[in-house]
Write a protein that binds this ligand. Structure first.
Ligand code: ADP
Ligand code: MG
Length: 608
């Protein structure tokens, strides 16, 4: 049976990276709680006094140990979880090194009380500084309790390194929080100096996230899950509107193990790249499930670092899963509703696309705004409370239509088009669009930037050229550096639609430009694009294509201060709503903000 303890042969023991397991109370607690999880516990209680410096105890209702196992559990390299080198390939347990109990016992006074449910009596083991003091039979509940007193009592140097109680407490809290997040079905209690700090009931993942972080934060995240062939990626992503200025709230789990991995964190940032300003970080909880043979968890004693067999495909898998999840979501910031529910689904834009709108992707209109791409009609996703009430009332005409069309008929004028909705430009800067539950305020520059950016990226991807020949070519004198940059970027510039020729070291002839560019200042725009491109260079490493797409879209886009006529406004909105990520500009600033009727009602003190 797997659950019998073996003493690992020396050669295997040596293969397991050696190292210190217990650095502070929190790391002892982590090891003990992981043992409880490995023992199939459904309830785990952590008790500490003075943040574990004086006492820490972990009580579980798991399998327990036989007397024989209890007697050797504290020996170095004693484990029931692996027996051979091959087992290292398929580790499903959190522990496998057989070091934790030995390490803890070496630097403290430990008492173990354990009982297997099939055995009438339990076993008590007392150990001090690694030396067994006694082993006795003892009445006990099924399960295991490990009590650790006076951690580091015999290693004063270590004891001195312990931080203030507050700090140690925070470390413990973090450990428990991570374990609670990855094991929602385990009832988890945390009692500190006699006070219950946490009591988490067995629950679903969603409920656990809400219990751990609170309702307030829960409303700012959405969940997703994707089966990516190699494994699954899922979890909770913070809406960009609520991004943090620090990195703290980011959780990464691999096969239910909390891990630290900069590369995967980076993959998530990358997915948010266009949605966030550079100084903020997204909140996320990410769960990865991968074949255990493709990961090595035996890299570091804390088991928080892992090595992937194929890190770059896992990076891509995370990046695209998170990107897709973000793209499929309503990310429009809502005015005045920070911290409140900004309803994820019922954005309720009640206008439809005009017939001559560009080819639209389904995501924004169909999935988010519930607009039928073909008919341009709004599709009610599910009956609203109001329509439901009407459905149930006697006034409903019964005429044999199916449910969906009945719903539709309850919504008046559901098929009117964007060309029929009033739109306004204010201060030559913002566009106001009424929507069903309020109004949208769109930043015209950011909106156009987004549209042009996506078009540029698409052009790069397809390498097709759409050059608009200039009647009168422009001659631009540049610095030798800029002219060299033009030469270097020429293939990309061409793809964007710039036709340039170089003469000598400093002369650039521009005789074609992309269609997006307003006639009049083509040469200036090319120079501005180059300047911005260089500016961005100092920042993080970004692909030239990406950098160029960004600086180009910023410079080619209409500006604040540009007066737009009505057809221009409508065309801009049409193009914006056909974009993949219409919510933010390529630099992460919001493109639109929603002001809801309920917010207005609140401001005006209306109750209905
Ligand atoms: P590892 O977890 O790496 O196997 P540990 O030193 O943490 O090593 O534990 C040694 C062994 O003691 C485990 O393999 C397990 O068999 C047993 N054990 C430890 N804690 C518990 C527990 N809470 N319930 C049941 N068995 C346990
Ligand atoms: Mg262990």
């Amino acid at each position: 049976m797997l659950r019998t303890i073996n003493i690992l042969p020396e050669n295997l023991a040596n293969k397991i990276a050696a190292g210190e397991v217990v650095q502070r109370p929190a790391s002892a607690i982590k090891e003990l709680v992981e043992n409880s999880i490995d023992a199939g516990a459904t309830t785990i209680t952590v008790i500490v006094k003075e943040a574990g410096k004086k006492l820490l105890q972990v009580v579980d209702d798991g399998y327990g140990m036989s007397e024989e196992d209890a007697a050797v559990a504290f020996e170095r390299h004693s484990t029931s979880k692996i027996a051979s080198f091959e087992d290292l390939e398929k580790i499903r347990t959190l522990g496998f090194r057989g070091e934790a109990l030995a390490s803890i016992a070496a630097v403290s006074q430990v008492e173990l009380l354990t009982r297997q449910s099939a055995v009438a009596v339990g076993t008590r083991v007392r150990i001090e500084g690694g030396l067994r003091i006694e082993i006795t039979e003892e009445a006990a509940h099924p399960g295991t309790s490990v009590t650790v007193k006076n951690l580091f009592y015999n290693t004063p140097a270590r004891q001195k390194f312990l931080k203030a109680t507050n700090t140690e407490f925070k470390h413990i809290f973090d450990v428990i929080q991570r374990i609670a997040l990855s094991h929602p079905r385990i009832e988890t209690r945390f009692i500190s100096d006699g006070e219950t700090v946490l009591h988490l009931h067995p629950s679903t993942m969603e409920e656990r996230v809400r219990d751990v972080f609170g309702e307030q934060l829960f409303k700012t995240v959405f969940s997703f899950e994707e089966n990516a062939g190699m494994g699954t990626v899922g979890g909770f992503l913070g809406k960009p509107d609520f991004a943090r200025k620090s990195r703290a709230e980011q959780y990464l789990f691999l096969n239910s193990r909390y891990i630290i991995n900069r590369s995967l964190n980076h993959a998530v940032y990358q997915a948010y790249e266009n949605l966030l300003e550079k100084t903020s970080f997204p909140f996320f909880i990410l769960f990865l499930t991968l074949d255990t043979a493709k990961v090595d968890v035996n890299v570091h004693p804390s088991k928080m670092e892992v090595k992937f067999e194929d890190e770059s495909s896992i990076y891509r898998m995370v990046l695209s899963a998170v990107r897709r999840a973000l793209a499929a979501h309503d990310l429009i910031p809502t005015v005045g509703m920070r911290g409140e529910a900004s309803a994820g689904k019922n954005v309720g834009l009640r206008f439809a696309a005009s017939a001559n709108a560009p080819q639209r992707r389904p995501s924004f209109w169909q999935e988010l705004l519930k607009v039928d791409a073909k008919t341009g009609e709004v599709i009610p996703e599910s009956p609203t409370p109001a329509t439901q009430a009407m459905l149930q009332s006697d006034k409903l005409p019964v005429d044999g239509r199916d449910k969906a069309s009945t719903h539709r008929s309850l919504i008046p004028d559901s098929s009117y088009r964007i060309s029929e909705v009033p739109v306004w430009q204010i201060h030559d800067k913002y566009i106001i669009v009424p929507i069903e539950n309020g109004l949208l305020i769109v930043d015209q520059h950011a909106a156009h930037e987004r549209v042009i950016y996506e078009r540029a990226v698409e052009r790069f991807n397809r390498s097709d050229k759409k050059i608009q020949q200039l009647l009168f070519p422009h001659t631009i004198e540049m610095t030798p550096g800029d002219a060299a940059l033009v030469r270097q970027l020429n293939p990309l510039l061409e793809t964007l639609g710039f036709a340039v020729k170089l003469f000598g070291k400093t002369t650039v002839i521009l005789d074609g430009v992309p269609g997006d560019i307003k006639p009049g200042c083509e040469g200036q725009i090319l120079q501005d694009v180059l300047d911005l491109y260089k500016e961005d260079e100092q920042g993080v490493k970004v692909e030239p294509r990406e950098r160029l797409a960004k600086s180009y879209s910023c410079k080619a886009a209409i500006k604040a201060g540009d007066r737009l006529n009505e057809p221009e406004i409508r065309s801009l909105l049409d193009q914006l709503f056909a974009a993949q990520l219409p919510y933010t500009c390529p630099h992460g600033r919001p493109v639109m903000v929603k002001l809801s009727l309920s917010e207005l009602d609140k401001r005006f003190g209306r109750t209905s």
